[in-house]
Design a protein around this ligand. Structure first.
Ligand SMILES: Nc1ncnc2c1ncn2[C@@H]1O[C@H](COP(=O)(O)OP(=O)(O)OP(=O)(O)O)[C@@H](O)[C@H]1O
Ligand SMILES: [Mg+2]
Length: 305
């Protein structure tokens, strides 16, 4: 299991940073008339899904009554209808039923409109926990109905504390301050990114040396940035900027991209055609000969192919 999954906080007490949000949340959960529709907003890898799962736990939702949906699980209006129908049924394992919707902004307008019925008149035993990086893409009726809670990137010292905590639990004692600092720098405040980079550093072959690990961390960080942009089909201008800043060996980037797409595919329950397309393009042939040209062409095809 990847480090960031293994060390996902299970309680508010171990959730780092975001003090104001955690305080607000605690207050909301303590109230007898809790809101039944919460929306966690903020950048990727900062704890939106983590918080939603913690809330489900705090609400004492049993596993059978907890549904977590990701983008790929949405089937437009049918998904909405299915939820509305099932929300009426009483929970079987406890007192509440919880739906966690990740990346809810990906729902079609029709599906969002269909859901409004149940969001406006939620049964007493049901809670909806939405997470999104782009709340502005939701229809206003949904956005206005939710109790929004912002999750933010962590400050450097919080990332350092997180790294130290995870190292201690993993019994890693030889991570130098220089490497720790480098991970903090490249994580850009994202706890998930920090733990992915830490995992790379820990997993480096014995005898790699500090310089070698440094290079691994840098390459990994840049490659992840590129992969995210390709997966989201960001405008070419943005992909081109990442490519300009990326002066690592193209063949190593190629392998890193395939690795990232493989774990994206294995991590999702349903199809992810963009991840598959990218993996397919990058798996065709090594970049040894054409080097950077091959890398640029492959990225272009991934965005427009
Ligand atoms: N505030 C935090 N404190 C400690 N660890 C965190 C925190 N936020 C995130 N993490 C770590 O980062 C991982 C990813 O977090 P999570 O899945 O909640 O992010 P997210 O905001 O839902 O991202 P995305 O928008 O990509 O879905 C967690 O598994 C956990 O290890
Ligand atoms: Mg999430």
């Amino acid at each position: 299991m990847s480090l960031y999954r293994k060390h996902r906080p299970m309680a508010l007490r171990t959730f780092m940073g975001n003090d104001a949000t955690v305080a607000t949340l605690t207050g909301l959960l303590d109230k007898p008339s809790r809101p039944h529709f919460l929306m966690f907003t903020g950048p990727t890898g900062c704890g939106k899904t983590t918080l939603a799962r913690i809330v489900a736990k705090e609400l004492k939702c049993s596993a059978v009554d907890l549904q977590e949906l990701n983008v790929a699980d949405f089937r437009g209006i049918d998904t909405s209808r299915d939820i509305i129908a099932r929300a009426r049924l009483l929970p079987v394992g406890g007192d509440v039923k919880v739906w966690i919707f990740n990346e809810c902004h990906m729902l079609t307008k029709e599906a969002q409109n269909a859901l409004l019925v149940v969001l406006e008149d939620t049964p007493a035993h049901v809670y909806f926990l939405f997470t999104t990086t782009d709340p502005q893409k939701l229809i206003p009726a949904i956005r206005n109905r939710a109790t929004a809670l912002g999750v933010t990137l962590l400050k450097d010292d919080a990332i350092t504390t997180l790294l130290e905590r995870v190292c201690k639990r993993e019994r890693v004692t030889n991570l130098s301050d220089t490497l720790k600092g480098l991970i903090v720098e490249y994580s850009l405040g994202s706890p998930r990114m920090a733990l992915i980079l830490l995992e790379k550093a820990i997993g480096a072959e014995e005898g790699t040396g500090e310089e070698g690990i440094k290079q691994i961390i840098q390459e990994r960080a840049e490659a992840i940035k590129l992969c995210r942009a390709l997966l989201k089909k960001e405008p070419w201008g943005r992909v081109a900027i990442i490519l300009k800043n990326l002066d690592e060996d193209p063949e190593r980037i190629r392998r890193a991209v395939i690795g990232y797409m493989r774990s994206t595919l294995l991590g999702s329950k349903k199809e992810n055609s963009q991840a598959f397309l990218i993996a397919d393009i990058f798996a065709r042939a090594p970049f040894y000969e054409l080097g950077r040209d091959a890398l640029i062409l492959a990225c272009y095809e991934a965005v427009y192919g």
